[in-house]
Design a protein around this ligand. Structure first.
Ligand SMILES: C[S@@+](CC[C@H](N)C(=O)[O-])C[C@H]1O[C@@H](n2cnc3c(N)ncnc32)[C@H](O)[C@@H]1O
Ligand code: SF4
Length: 427
């Protein structure tokens, strides 16, 4: 099987195994992915089927609504457009129907994130979840929905569990009212156990909690107290992020003007070490820089990202990846709604094999188990960037930031503390 799909300036060329070889970048505004998607919708071409035949380990759905935009957050999310939530669900279901029904999937995970999916009115959330499930030919092996504590009442919990959601990721962030205020969160600490109790009552067993450390004004004792409060709720998974001062956010501007005092670097490192110690003592395995799980409870969906797998995006601003082809649905609600379920795409990039190996190396190093030697060797043997990668790895080994363990290259404890700095060198 080899050939090309062509149409209005778009050409996707495939090799005999169905791998995408080239993309004609002279694309019309709707982009390359529309061509693949259209070809899939009218499955008359063997090439299109080849492109999509061994794909999709995961589906990501972006729900772009929040009650309030927290000042540290740079995700695509909108406050003040509650009127558009129902139309959003209509358009999302159209997009899901057009895309998912013919999309071959292999034990797919489904992740509905945001934004705040549970900020949709119950009736719309129910329509969204049931419609998504109907559009998927295969039952998801893991189905996660992100939720904010103040939005989960008994009804929303029933909607989630009734639709078949298997995992909820709840944005707890902290158990201290002052720190929640510092983050501009809209919930008080009591709303977290309340939400958990509603979810458990509705039948949910797999609960993940998100915490943030390094919040302005936070002490080491408060980090410990936050961990204790989270563990008391008996989650099976925890994501614990250091606060990032993302460019363009109000929090970053406040810090740059001296209105917010960033936690000192060494205290932040102590906080991270404290998180690691406390969660290990509670029986959690750290499997990624910011993620811990009880045995058998890792987030399979995020593992698809970290192993450079294939996932299909739905919803405005959602990004996807299929065999080196990366793209994003437009991050504009109006344009996405107007597209009747066939979103215009942006940031289309076909990463060549050399780049794909670099990405796999970078992403894989986030995992504590590291990157298999065969992949490291392949990434260091490419004519273009291989030698640079090999030198960077050697430098990081000498500096004690990465090391060989069994037959894998992994971050050391010092490397975990520096995370992105080490990893960024290896692309
Ligand atoms: C984008 S949110 C979506 C889920 C939900 N709305 C919530 O806030 O929990 C996913 C996670 O990313 C975290 N997050 C967003 N921006 C962050 C930042 N700048 N630094 C650290 N964590 C951040 C959030 O706090 C949350 O736990
Ligand atoms: S609620 Fe979550 S998605 Fe919404 S602004 Fe806050 S952190 Fe971002």
């Amino acid at each position: 099987m080899s050939g090309a799909i062509a149409g209005s300036g778009v050409a996707l060329v495939f090799d005999c195994m169905g791998s995408l070889l080239t993309v004609d970048h002279d694309t019309p505004s709707k982009g390359v992915v529309e061509a693949a998607r259209r070809a899939l919708l009218t499955p008359d071409g063997a090439c299109a089927n080849a492109f999509l035949s061994s794909v999709c380990d995961a589906i990501y759905v972006h729900v772009p609504f929040c009650r309030h935009r927290c000042h540290y957050c740079d995700f695509f999310t909108i406050a003040g457009r509650d009127d558009a939530r129902s139309a959003y669900v209509d358009a999302l279901l159209q997009e899901a129907q057009r895309t998912l029904e013919g999309l071959p999937m292999r034990e797919p995970t489904l992740f509905v994130g945001g934004g705040t999916p549970t900020y949709l009115p119950g009736v719309d959330l129910d329509r969204l979840l049931r419609g998504l499930r109907t559009s998927m030919a295969v039952e998801p092996v893991e189905w996660t929905v992100e939720a904010n504590p103040e939005t989960v009442d008994a009804h929303i919990a029933d909607v989630l569990c009734g639709a078949g959601v298997t995992r909820v990721s709840l944005g707890m962030q902290s158990a201290q009212p002052k720190l929640l205020q510092a983050l501009e969160r809209q919930h008080d600490p009591q709303s977290v156990p309340r939400a958990v109790s509603h979810l458990r009552h509705a039948g949910l067993t797999s609960l993940s909690l998100d915490l943030i450390f390094g919040i302005p004004g936070q002490t080491l004792e408060q980090v410990e107290a936050d961990l204790d409060a989270a563990l008391a709720l008996e989650p099976v998974h925890l994501s614990v992020y250091g606060l990032v001062y993302e460019p363009g956010t109000p929090l970053r501007r406040r810090r740059d003007k001296g209105l917010v005092l960033q936690v000192d670097e060494s205290l932040e490192a102590d906080m991270y070490t404290c998180v690691q110690g406390r969660l290990a003592a509670a029986g959690f395995e750290q499997y990624e820089i910011s993620n811990w799980a009880l045995p058998g409870q890792r987030c399979r969906h995020n593992e698809v990202y970290w192993t450079n797998g294939n996932w299909w995006p739905l919803g405005p601003a959602a990004a996807g990846h299929v065999r080196g082809l990366r793209w994003r649905n437009v991050p504009r609600l109006g344009a996405w709604l107007d597209a009747d379920g066939c979103s215009p795409t942006t940031d289309i990039e076909h990463v060549d094999l050399d780049g794909q190996l670099g990405e796999s190396l970078m992403l894989g190093l986030r995992l504590l188990r590291g990157v298999p030697r065969a992949l490291v060797d392949a990434a260091c043997a490419t004519p273009l960037r291989g030698a640079n990668r090999a030198r960077a790895i050697e430098r990081h080994i000498q500096a004690g930031l990465v090391r060989w363990s069994a037959d894998s290259l992994a971050l050391t404890q010092e490397g975990l503390l520096l995370g992105d700095v080490v990893i960024g060198d290896l692309l």
